[in-house]
Design a protein around this ligand. Structure first.
Ligand code: IMP
Length: 429
């Protein structure tokens, strides 16, 4: 199998960074295909820690290339900051190893301002977005009024379009949201810099991908967020504005469904969620606090504390069905060590009826009561385990049951934050 799509099977933050890091080492190319800098992947390469938001992780390794494909929304300000920081730390970034799609949409300063103004106006009803302008940028894309990275090739036209868009956006910002207006002059100055610095990186990422597929290169598609934040399949409206399902790689990166080699789904062995929205297995007790502190459950992008709860097999099973998952990469098993009893939700009760699916209406999902199975806990230091047999028997039973309930075999189990602290059960490359 020469290419693999990595997806998060829950609500994001499943620990994709580490798994991406392990696979990146062997890949030739790493492709981001949806989302934007709402994502945050933490990787440790050569003993150095990197938090990446937009740059594909392959860039950290010499000789590999990265594509930011057309399905991604790009905040040029953030991308340049990230590139400068990486280059300052000795990472080589050039148009040789990074291509940015001309078709990717630009997150403009007014998108960020609108995202934040709307959220603060909503008060208690807010979605809890990352405030990075993701939703408003995808809205403009769908409304066919967005600016694309390729527009930077013609700076004068870019500035004209942006200034034109600003008329409507400022009207909304000042008139509806009582927020300050943005200045066309500032935008002009910023876009000049973006064009100068990012222009050389622009290209046809679909063609580059096609050539890599033809060469039978090892390609890693680095999904962001999680399946249950999917705009179409998640708990709408408490979702992101892109499609984190595996099939989205065909649209976002530009390839045929038959060309997908494999799908690896990340599953944290408990659940977390950032922002608002239904979360049937959420814990508001000492166990939830234990998971949050031992699992360091605070956002990479926003630093927000994550909501924590038991593993929900209904959620993961649905992702396995939606994405055609070949293997599960189970993360953070070590975080469960020390808990006397472990629970997995197998079904829900909705108005007295037992259901094993997710209601489309978010209000129904809010009413779902999880039906749990209990399993004995385990203790001790798991970080030295390199084979399943090295784990305590109770941990192995928990993993077996997780795989059975979620409907896919295990491909990898992570037993600690370091790259070595991993049990590899299936080699993708
Ligand atoms: P947005 O993507 O910033 O519009 O936020 C929409 C929802 O998705 C909010 O609940 C965010 O907390 C959540 N979200 C967005 N990106 C991530 C991510 O990378 N990990 C986890 N949650 C995310």
């Amino acid at each position: 199998m020469r290419n693999v799509v990595i997806v998060g099977a829950q609500w994001g933050d499943e620990g994709k960074g580490k798994v991406v890091d392990i696979l990146t080492e062997k890949a030739n190319m790493v492709v981001r295909f949806q989302g934007g800098n709402n994502a945050g992947h933490t990787l440790v390469v050569g003993g150095e820690k990197y938090a990446l938001h937009l740059v594909p992780s392959g860039i950290l390794h010499p000789g590999k290339s990265g594509l930011i494909a057309g399905g991604v929304v790009i905040d040029p300000e953030v991308l340049l900051e990230e590139m400068d920081e990486l280059m300052g730390r000795g990472v080589k970034i050039s148009p040789e190893n990074l291509t940015i799609s001309e078709k990717a949409h630009v997150i403009m300063p007014y998108h960020k301002a609108l995202d934040q103004a709307r959220e603060s106006r909503k008060g208690a009803d807010k979605i809890g977005t990352t405030g990075r302008g993701i939703g408003p940028a995808y809205e403009d894309k769908a409304a066919r009024v967005g600016l694309r990275m390729g527009d930077l090739r013609n700076p004068a036209a870019f500035r004209e379009k942006a200034a034109h868009a600003l008329i409507e956006k400022n009207h909304l910002l000042t008139g509806l949201y009582g927020a300050p207006a943005l200045s066309a002059e500032d935008l002009t100055a910023q876009s000049r810099l973006w064009a100068e610095r990012l222009g050389p990186y622009l290209g046809d990422t679909r063609r580059r991908l096609h050539q890599a597929l033809e060469r039978d290169d090892k390609i890693l598609f680095e999904g962001a967020q999680g399946v249950h934040l999917d705009l179409d399949h998640g708990s709408y409206p408490f979702v992101t504005s892109s499609n984190p399902v595996a099939g989205s790689v065909t649209v976002g990166a530009g390839m045929a469904p038959q060309q997908i080699g494999g799908v690896l789904a990340l599953v944290k062995c408990y659940s977390t969620r950032v922002g608002a929205g239904p979360f049937p297995t959420e814990l508001h007790d000492a166990t939830g606090d234990h998971l949050r502190s031992k699992g360091a459950e605070f956002g990479t992008t926003t630093g927000r504390p994550r909501r924590c709860g038991w593993l929900d097999a209904v959620i993961v099973r649905t992702s396995v069905e939606l994405c055609g998952v070949d293997h599960l990469a189970v993360t953070k098993l070590d975080v469960l060590a020390g808990l006397p009893e472990l629970k997995i939700a197998t079904h829900y009760l909705l108005g007295g009826e037992k259901i094993d699916w997710i209601p489309a209406d978010v209000r129904d999902m809010e009413r779902c009561q999880p039906v749990y199975e209990s399993w004995p806990g385990f203790d001790g230091d798991l970080s030295k385990a390199r084979k399943l047999e090295d784990l305590p028997a109770a941990a192995r039973r928990y993993l077996d049951r997780l795989s059975e309930l979620c409907g896919a075999p295990l491909g990898l189990v992570s037993v600690g934050p370091d790259r070595e602290e991993t049990i590899i059960l299936h080699e993708y490359f």
